[in-house]
Design a protein around this ligand. Structure first.
Ligand code: PGA
Length: 249
């Protein structure tokens, strides 16, 4: 796991964007794994700015999002479908045919999960997966206790996750209770992973991650077993982590 230490959220977003852009420029039909939430918002802003200023094209890029709430249609302002359009897709030249997000309204969610993994496979897998981390160590919506062998599946959201995401809803009661998420095994099949970590709320998670104890109780810990993970973390997130040298192994 390689660590890039940055000053703050803004620098994290810029460094992540530079990293992603270098992939897009090198291979124009790259397959990206994308995330939602507060963490990647700044990254997407930099990508939009770059597209407008420098014309970087996403015409042949494909994307797969990590997760979606069950019960929210793409039109719902808090669906991740809506988030992605609003925060990135509508501002760049990516072809909507090439963007993939699990459907929160699928008639048969279990079938939707299987089909999603199959679609990723048929694209030759994800080249670069962008990840955030929950304060409980979740990646995607894989909450503590999720099997490391899991493929895309239906999850019941942890109360802490619903509380963390209630800021986007009128009240916590409006936060869906279930979601579809790429599984841990699906995520681990990505050729490369970029994990973004910012702010005080992630300090404990960051510490646990770098301590390196691999356990399903802390889903992100599995990333220690992936060959090609880069963590971009800011000073606040790293405040509890000492002896960083053991990270760059
Ligand atoms: P956040 O969420 O980016 O909104 O902090 C990250 C996550 O829950 O994975």
């Amino acid at each position: 796991m390689k660590l890039i230490e940055v000053k703050d959220y803004q620098e994290m977003s810029q460094v992540a964007a530079d990293y992603l852009l270098s992939k897009v420029k090198k291979s124009k039909n790259v397959t990206l794994g994308l995330a939602t939430g507060g963490t990647p918002q700044g990254l997407y802003e930099v990508l939009i700015h770059d597209h407008q200023q420098n014309g970087t094209s996403y015409q042949y890029v494909s994307s797969f999002n990590l997760d979606e709430y069950i019960g929210l249609s793409g039109k719902h302002p808090n669906s991740y479908y809506h988030y992605m359009n609003d925060n990135l897709f509508k501002h760049i030249d990516i072809d909507s045919e090439n963007t993939h997000i699990p459907s929160g309204k699928a008639a048969d969610p279990a079938k939707e999960c299987e089909a999603y993994d199959e679609k990723i496979r048929s694209h030759g897998g994800i080249d670069l997966q962008i990840l955030g981390i929950g304060s409980n160590g979740h990646i995607g919506f894989n909450e503590p206790g999720t099997s490391f062998e899991s493929n895309t599946h239906i999850v019941e959201l942890a109360e802490s996750t619903r509380e963390a995401n209630a800021r986007y809803f009128d009240s916590i009661d409006d936060v869906p209770t279930h979601a579809i998420t790429m599984g841990i095994s699906s995520i681990m099949k990505s050729k490369e992973i970029l994990l973004l970590v910012s702010g005080e709320a992630k300090q404990a998670a960051m510490k646990k991650l770098v301590e390196g104890k691999i356990s399903e109780d802390f889903p992100a810990s599995i990333l220690n077993q992936h060959d090609h993970v880069t963590v971009i973390a800011d000073e606040e997130a790293l405040a509890l982590v000492k002896g960083l040298e053991f990270l760059n192994r």
